[in-house]
Design a protein around this ligand. Structure first.
Ligand code: HPA
Length: 234
C-alpha cells in the first residue's frame, strides 16, 4: 500500500494502462480483462488487475493533469516496480490536418512546466516515448487497420488557456495536439528506467467547437485500449 494506492504489492501487474478517468479504467477492465479484480479505490481513483489473452495487466486511473499523474506514476514505479506505463487518453487537435477521432502516438511532449521542473531547474529535459513501445503500438495500429499520427504533443497545466501566443508557437513548430499528463509520465519513466507511451484520441480541436459525441468517445476509447493491450504484450 502507498499513500494513494491501496493495492498490495503483488496485486499490481508489471504493465499498467492509465486512462485519466477512473470510470474509463472500470469500463476497460469490464470490457477487456478476464478475472478483473478491483485493486484500488482510494480517493475514487479506481484500479483493476486481470488478464488479457493470458497476460496480467493493471488498468489504473491517473486523474487529470501532471500533478495527479505524477503521484500515481511515482508510486506505481517506485513502490510497485511497474515496468511499462501506457497512458490512454484524449487530446485537443492543434494542426489543421489533425481531425477528430485521429489516434496520436506521442513521440515527445513539450511543456511550460511539469512537476519535475523543481528537479531540473534550468534544464529543458526532452521527455520521449519508449521507442520499442512506440514501434509496438504502431504495429498494433497496422494490425487493427488504424493509421495513427506519430509526433510531438504539448502537455499543458491548464485546460482553459489564456495564451493564444503560446498556441501559435506550438502550431508553428508542428505540435499535433494538447493534453495534460504525458510530459511528466515520460520524464518519470526516464528517471527510473521504465517504458512509457501515450496513446491519444483527438476529442476536440482548438480551432473549432467540434467535439466527439459520447458514443464516438466510447468507440475511440476502445481503439486506444486495443492498441495499448496489443502493444503491451507484443
Ligand atoms: N486541452 C487540454 N487537454 C485536453 C484537451 C484540450 O483541448 N482536450 C483533451 N484534453
Amino acid at each position: 500500500m502507498t499513500v494513494h494506492i491501496g493495492a498490495k504489492k503483488e496485486d499490481i501487474a508489471d504493465t499498467v494502462l492509465m486512462p485519466g478517468d477512473p470510470y474509463r479504467a472500470r469500463w476497460a477492465a469490464e470490457t477487456y480483462l478476464d478475472n478483473a479484480e478491483q485493486v484500488n479505490s482510494v480517493r475514487g481513483m479506481l484500479g483493476f488487475t486481470g488478464t488479457w489473452r493470458g497476460h496480467r495487466l493493471t488498468i489504473q486511473g491517473s486523474g487529470m493533469g501532471m500533478a495527479s499523474m505524477a503521484i500515481y506514476a511515482n508510486e506505481l514505479i517506485r513502490d510497485y516496480g511497474v515496468k511499462q506505463l501506457i497512458r490512454v487518453g484524449s487530446c485537443g487537435g492543434m494542426q489543421k490536418h489533425v481531425k477528430l477521432r485521429d489516434i496520436i502516438l506521442a513521440m515527445t511532449a513539450s511543456s511550460v512546466n511539469t512537476p519535475s521542473r523543481e528537479t531540473f531547474r534550468e534544464l529543458n529535459f526532452a521527455p520521449t516515448a519508449n521507442y520499442q513501445l512506440l514501434r509496438k503500438a504502431e504495429t498494433a495500429c497496422d494490425k487493427l487497420g488504424i493509421v495513427p499520427l506519430v509526433g510531438g504533443i504539448y502537455s499543458s497545466d491548464v485546460f482553459y488557456s489564456e495564451r493564444s501566443d503560446l498556441k501559435e508557437q506550438l502550431v508553428r513548430h508542428g505540435v499535433l495536439a494538447v493534453e495534460m499528463e504525458t510530459a511528466e509520465l515520460y520524464t518519470l519513466a526516464a528517471r527510473y528506467g521504465r517504458k512509457a507511451l501515450a496513446i491519444l484520441t483527438v476529442s476536440d480541436h482548438l480551432d473549432t467547437s467540434d467535439e466527439l459525441t459520447s458514443e464516438e468517445r466510447e468507440n475511440s476509447l476502445g481503439s486506444m485500449f486495443e492498441i495499448a493491450l496489443n502493444a503491451a504484450i507484443a
